[in-house]
Design a protein around this ligand. Structure first.
Ligand code: SF4
Ligand code: SF4
Length: 101
């Protein structure tokens, strides 16, 4: 248990990947990162990571470029909305089903 600046104990928890449960088959669109536009990929160094900061399910890793765990991604589109470089596109899941066949 952590202590605050006054030495008081307080409970503390942080969100972790998968806290919201597995996605299953209900995600309609998935976020896809374009490394040609993604800032850390273009600079080849840790930068930006706005998508990581805003993802409510903590499923984005701060790799170069960032990686998304589709097992738990809900397709909420927040990362896509917040990306300052327009590097994330929401793609219909049907596109991936077609490729898998
Ligand atoms: S927010 Fe966009 S530019 Fe920034 S790291 Fe994520 S995908 Fe790349
Ligand atoms: S779509 Fe939502 S859950 Fe999936 S990576 Fe983006 S912000 Fe996270």
């Amino acid at each position: 248990m952590k202590k605050d600046t006054f030495g008081c104990r307080k409970s503390h928890s942080e969100p972790g990947p998968g806290d919201g449960g597995r996605t299953g088959s209900w995600r309609v669109r998935r976020p896809v990162i374009d490394p040609e536009k993604c800032i850390p990929a273009k600079l080849n160094k840790p930068a930006c990571f706005t998508c990581w900061l805003f993802c409510p399910d903590s499923v984005i890793k701060r790799t170069i470029p960032p990686t998304i765990d589709y097992e738990y991604c809900k397709g909420c589109e927040i990362c896509c909305e917040e990306c300052p470089a327009g590097a994330i596109t929401m793609v219909d899941e049907t596109e991936f089903i077609k490729k898998e066949k």
